[in-house]
Design a protein. Sequence first.
Length: 406
Amino acid sequence: MHTPTVASPRAGSRETPVPAYLAGFLLIGLGLSVAGPALSHLRDRVHTTDGGIAWLFVGQSAGYILGSVFAGHGLDSGRGHRRWVAAMVGATCSIVLIALAPSLALLVAAFAVLGGACGLCDVSGNTLVMWSRPEGPGALLNALHLCFAIGAMVTPIIVNRSLHLTDSIWGVALPMAALTAVCAALMLPHPSPARTRLATVERSHAGGARGTQVAVICAFFFAYVAMETGFINWIHTYVEQIEYGGAATATGVTSMFGLGFTAGRVLAIWVARHVSPGWIVAGATLLSVLSSLLFVVFDGPGPMLWVVTLLFALSVAPQYASMMAFAETHLALSGRNTSAIVASSGLGGLVMPFVVGQLFDRIGPQALPPTIVGLAVLTAVVGAYGGRMLLQAQRPPVTSMNAPVT
């Protein structure tokens, strides 16, 4: 009987182009964060309402879901780097299409292309990092998502400057093109990390528990992303409509979210080295509930809006990467598992920003705070239930993640 040669995880890690992965998530942060700060400009350009322009989020999220589902098979078959680079090219080109689209329908289609490309990038980054760090991906996953946060934080500023100088958002494509070129140069010479075939994973499938566990984790990511995108995609418009300063104030509050998000993920890298991901998720979801309640108490214009935005951003920052690391620790996720998780995230991003847009049309900006409270509570409850299920699962043993075991 042939015995496979198993390389050490440490050796495999040296072959992984981690800087390219981090740069790739800067690009995702830029791409997925364009809609919020550009929303008023795009709404006025195509002559629609808040409810109408909310279809952009539907298009972006639908594309994100399809891109996420498409990514899993390519990763499991070892084509992760090539697909990721192709997706980055697609995301960059879609920004140009968004800048040129003359109607709402074409604008929605362009955002669907952007979402699909970013969904493929998202699945690729999360999965390849987990496979390249079988000994524990928590710190690197948080670094990966820190780069997303940095991209999201600078996007309102880039959009604002692009609108000021050119009355268009095509300027966002310039940094994205530069990042794509860097990632292509660093990724393409290297083979993609691959997941090993582990007997414990097969046993969990056979017992039926794995499917239920993955489904609950998907539900957590749906609720979490619904909460996050409901806030970040509408906070700029919320500030404008409560008449708290002008466009510069709205951009400032949105950037405050990006600052808190970035700071939270910087902190999470250090915390992940000392605290288990399950406890990080528990603490962060609790803080989300508390900060969203403050959003209701201090609803309206005033200095507390900046404080609440910062606290809420700090609370949501570590949840995505920490829950992903928690699930990987106990389940050893495949590319298709990660695709399901990221697709569920996209579904949350599809539903909630659109729903909030309809609430803005019917109720006004005062609908945002209680909506965020409800989503924060839902995320905390599902996270607690999912965490309990994961603690009952057994993690497969550490093996090489650079070549399949056959």
